[in-house]
Design a protein around this ligand. Sequence first.
Ligand SMILES: Nc1ncnc2c1ncn2[C@@H]1O[C@H](COP(=O)(O)OP(=O)(O)OP(=O)(O)O)[C@@H](O)[C@H]1O
Length: 243
Amino acid sequence: MTSTVLSLRGVTKRFGGLVAVNAMDFDVTEHQVMGLIGPNGSGKSTTLNLISGALKVSGGEISLRGSPITALPAEQINRRGIARTFQLVRLLPSMSVLENVVAGAVFGHRRRWGHEARSRAETLLTRVGMEGKGHLRVGQLTYIDTKRVELARVLAGDPKLLLLDEWLAGLNPSELQIGISLIKSLRDEGRTIILVEHVMDAIRSLCDTCVVMASGTKIAQGTPQQVLSDPDVIRAYLGDDDV
Ligand SMILES: Nc1ncnc2c1ncn2[C@@H]1O[C@H](COP(=O)(O)OP(=O)(O)OP(=O)(O)O)[C@@H](O)[C@H]1O
């Protein structure tokens, strides 16, 4: 039986006269990866910010497992089990890799303390391919390793729903394959994920379903194959002149 983790109904965000997100409706099903895609400026990050509570909606309703979260502050939404990564990785540079991940365990959805938090952090560092690197400072890491640590930090809180905001951006082609495999392994362990991504290979190989946005509005929804062959989607990406 499928169960809905997250629902958006009529979710709208206005910045002055600009409607950045316009009456968005979608459901995210448990254990599925949903791709949120669309051209630059179409409203994807704003949608994630509305879900995580970083921005307040101008209208509409967001619910997590049937309970409204629309009016909750970001910290409470995080404690209820929604966690996200950021386009620009946000780690604490004065702390070690391990300490950053421990912080994720302490402040996440399922709070852990002391030895339990540390042991969870060590397990997750191994999980993301960072075994033995917990003592390093964040400033010493390669770019992909900062991405791995951010993922471990977010997973440390045991989120019910993981929001990955262009987590693969900036990786070189071989790192990209590693990154895709890592997200695939999260999918295979049954996590529920919303993936905002421009890398179409990743969308094709990782997503069960996709929602496509253009100018703040949902223009298509379906499997990656369905939406990526939809003429409206092709037009939105390429512009009218190229179709
Ligand atoms: N805080 C803000 N204040 C005013 N306008 C904003 C703000 N945040 C986003 N916008 C505008 O809202 C629209 C949607 O932006 P958003 O960043 O959500 O798009 P996106 O699909 O994530 O783009 P990209 O793929 O380039 O990251 C854009 O026109 C953007 O300029």
